[in-house]
Each structure stands twice: as structure tokens, then as C-alpha cells.
Design a protein around this ligand. Structure first.
Ligand SMILES: Nc1nc2c(ncn2[C@@H]2O[C@H](COP(=O)(O)OP(=O)(O)OP(=O)(O)O)[C@@H](O)[C@H]2O)c(=O)[nH]1
Ligand SMILES: [Mg+2]
Length: 409
């Protein structure tokens, strides 16, 4: 079997479900663990790392693991050194990428080609002690979705870091906690690049990491329920050079902000009841028809004043909308809140919210048109969209209070 793969394509970054991949508890010879070793100019340390990992894993998971070196065409030919090692280490595979670069994407490309049910990553420069891997695997074996090697739990630490490096590392963590607390706060060492995760917890969604911090992506986009942490001491580099530059810090910040916006959008999508919203918009169109027809009748035909015609037609449209929403969009709620008192209360709230919507509409149109110089019709369209969302959302929360309606059996 040729254990060297050349990757020249790009394509989406996502981990396949791996339905061919039997659960580690299942078939005795199925691959349980796929450990990715991303490398760039790590030719000096890779042989020792492979040797130490193999010694441990041969005892724990004989023949049921694979080590995958993913090298970005290193000038020191790490890929060639790793390829030569495959003759001695039967569980070793090598991927050489020639068109893509970057640590995080290298890890995902490795996972894409992996066969294991547990997917892991370890640095190649021996800063991550290989022995800790056994504890990470044991934690996943015991049920954790994700096991992270951490410098900030018992047994963890760093060897000889300068004050600046400690400060930057902690600063990045605090920044992460401020921007994305629900993700970064789940582990004590969100910057860790040494972990094992269940394939089923990350398979499916597109992964789009930026720079170095693949763990953020796993926590932010995966379905991780249980997390285990294992302490380890971050060693000094045995050989070779660091690839960390300022660029990684900027990428990290960008990554945090992007994950945050994405999570917010997803939450909004989850919370927006689409069917109701479409019903609400349909009713809104019927209201527009009522508004314009009456306005034409009162102002154009009967000769009433502009304001009087406008107020009367707008109020009739509000009444129309309320009746339809009460009987259709929010019928399930209305059925549980019968009686004229409850209905009047809903109507009053609906009226007030629509009135506030009108004020909002005027403000948005004026702001866009007068301050930002947007075309008047575009400004009006934006205002209508904003006010429709406002009317729907606030009415949902206040007038019909769907959240408090018990589910129908
Ligand atoms: N394939 C691939 N691997 C990379 C790339 N950049 C870094 N790596 C590997 O990712 C691992 C971590 O990179 P390091 O430069 O050691 O980063 P670090 O451990 O945070 O920083 P140091 O403590 O300074 O070494 C190492 O195994 C690198 O060889 C890259 O662009 N492509
Ligand atoms: Mg390193």
C-alpha cells in the first residue's frame, strides 16, 4: 500500500461522517484513532516523535491507530523523511500538500483522509509530550466527546516561557473570553493544539478555521457535549524553528469575531419561527392593500384631509392585521387566551407596537436618506424590512407571547 499521498486540490473543509468507519468498540481491527501531525520544517524531530508515539500506541491500540503526517511541502523535506519512516512504522501515513498552506487547514485535510472514529492532533516539535496522548485517548474511550491537553489544570504548565509570551498567551485567552465566552470558556486552555475529538462530534458542518486555533473551530462548530482535560507541561522546542508570527494573533482575533457572528446568526435563525414569520408578512401585505384602498377612498374620492385619511386608513390596516394574525398567525395562542378582555389586551399591545414601528420607520428612512444619502426608495425598503422584523419580533414576545404557550399534545 502506498502510504504517501500528494494533495494538490483545495475544496471544502469538512470532516466526513465516515459511515464506513466502524466504531472503535466494534470490529476488532477497525481504526480507532487517527492522529494528525502537521509539519512544516520539522524534519529533525519527526522521527523521534513517531517512535515515541508508536511505542505507546502499539501497547494501547495495537494496529488500531494511524499516524498521519500532513506536511506543506517543507523546504527541509519533512515529507520525504516521514515517507522513509513508513517502511519501519506500519501505522504511519504521509500527506504532502503542494497547493495549500496553514496549520489549521492541514489538520482538517488530515482528518478528511483519516479512517478513525477518534481524531486527534499533536505538534511535531516535541513540545507536546507524546505520553499524554494515552490519557487523552482514555478520556474519549470513557465517553468524552473531546479530550484536551491543558497547560492550565493540575499537572499542567509551561517550561521556560518569557514574560512576553506568557502575557500574550493569557491576553489572547482573556480576549477570547470577552468575545466568545460560551466557546472559549468551555476549556481551561482554548489555545491548546493537542487534543482528541470524537469524529461524530465534528463531522458534517463546514469548518473554516483561520490560522492556528483549530480547537476554537471544534468547540465553536462541533457538537461537543462532554469535555475532559488532561494536564501537560508545554516543553521547549527540541529543534527547528517556531512558525508563530504576529499574523497568528491577528488571525486569532479575526477567527473569534467570525465565530461569534456566525453563532449569533445561527441563534437568530433557530429562534425565528419561519412559518409564523411568513404568515405575518402575508398578513402585512393584506394590510398594505387595506391601507392604500381606504386612503384612496377617503383622500382621493371623499376629499378628507391628508392626515385624517392617513390615520384612519392606517388604523384600519392595523385592525385588519390584528384580526388576521389573531385568527391565523398566532391562532394557537389566541385559542388559549379566549375572552374579550384578553383579546383587547392583545389588540392594545399590537396597536402600540405598530405605532412604535411607524416611528422607527420614519427614523430609518430619515437617517438613510438625509444622513447617508441613500436613495429614497431603497431607504423605504430597508425601513419596511426593519419594521416588519421589529413588529413581528416584539409582537411575538409581548402580544402573543408564544414562548409561554404550552405545546399542543
Ligand atoms: N502543515 C503545516 N504545519 C504547520 C504550519 N505551521 C505550523 N505547522 C506545524 O504546527 C505545529 C505547531 O507550530 P509551531 O510553530 O511549533 O507553533 P507553537 O508550538 O505554537 O509555537 P512555538 O512554541 O514557538 O514552537 C508544528 O508541528 C508545526 O510544524 C503550516 O503552515 N503547515
Ligand atoms: Mg511548537
Amino acid at each position: 500500500m502506498n502510504r504517501m499521498t500528494e494533495l494538490t486540490g483545495t475544496g471544502v473543509l469538512a470532516v466526513p461522517q465516515g459511515d464506513l468507519c466502524v466504531s472503535p468498540e466494534g470490529a476488532a481491527d477497525a481504526i480507532a484513532l487517527s492522529l494528525i501531525i502537521p509539519t512544516y520544517n520539522e524534519g529533525k524531530t519527526v522521527p523521534l516523535l513517531i517512535d515515541r508515539l508508536t511505542a505507546d500506541l502499539d501497547r494501547m491500540l495495537p494496529k488500531r491507530y494511524e499516524l498521519i503526517v500532513v506536511d506543506d511541502d517543507s523546504p527541509d523535506e519533512t515529507w520525504r523523511i516521514a515517507q522513509e519512516l513508513t517502511t519501519c512504522y506500519s501505522q504511519l501515513r504521509v500527506m504532502r500538500r503542494t497547493t495549500e498552506r496553514g496549520l489549521a487547514s492541514a489538520v482538517i485535510r488530515g482528518w478528511q483522509g483519516a479512517r478513525g472514529a477518534w481524531l486527534g492532533v499533536i505538534d511535531a516539535d516535541l513540545q507536546h509530550p507524546p505520553e499524554v496522548l494515552l490519557q487523552l485517548v482514555a478520556a474519549v474511550q470513557d465517553g468524552a466527546d473531546l479530550a484536551v491537553a491543558s497547560r492550565h489544570v493540575e499537572g499542567g504548565g509551561v517550561s521556560e516561557w518569557s514574560f512576553t509570551r506568557r502575557f500574550l498567551s493569557r491576553g489572547a485567552q482573556v480576549l477570547g473570553l470577552l468575545i466568545l465566552p460560551a466557546v472559549v470558556g468551555r476549556v481551561s486552555d482554548p489555545m491548546s493544539g493537542y487534543f482528541v475529538v470524537r469524529r461524530s462530534a465534528i463531522a458534517g458542518p463546514l469548518l473554516n478555521p483561520k490560522g492556528y486555533k483549530i480547537l476554537l473551530e471544534v468547540l465553536g462548530r462541533g457538537h461537543i457535549k462532554t469535555v475532559a482535560e488532561v494536564g501537560y507541561v508545554f516543553q521547549e522546542r527540541a529543534a527547528g524553528e517556531s512558525k508563530v508570527t504576529w499574523r497568528q494573533y491577528v488571525d486569532y482575533l479575526h477567527h473569534l469575531v467570525r465565530l461569534r457572528s456566525r453563532r449569533r446568526l445561527e441563534r437568530f435563525r433557530r429562534q425565528l419561527p419561519l412559518r409564523r414569520f411568513l404568515q405575518f408578512v402575508t398578513v402585512g401585505f393584506s394590510g398594505l392593500f387595506v391601507d392604500y384602498s381606504l386612503f384612496y377612498l377617503l383622500f382621493g374620492q371623499l376629499g378628507l384631509g391628508l392626515t385624517t385619511s392617513n390615520v384612519l386608513s392606517a388604523e384600519c390596516a392595523i385592525i385588519n392585521n390584528f384580526l388576521w394574525n389573531d385568527a391565523w398567525t398566532f391562532a394557537d395562542f389566541a385559542k388559549r387566551q379566549r375572552g374579550w378582555q384578553a383579546r383587547s389586551k392583545r389588540f392594545l399591545k399590537f396597536n402600540l407596537i405598530c405605532l412604535a414601528g411607524l416611528v422607527l420607520n420614519t427614523l430609518v428612512v430619515n437617517l438613510l436618506f438625509n444622513v447617508f444619502g441613500v436613495n429614497a426608495y431603497v431607504a423605504k425598503f430597508v425601513a419596511i424590512v426593519a419594521v416588519t422584523l421589529w413588529n413581528f419580533w416584539v409582537n411575538l414576545k409581548l402580544s402573543w407571547r408564544v414562548t409561554q404557550v404550552p405545546r399542543q399534545p
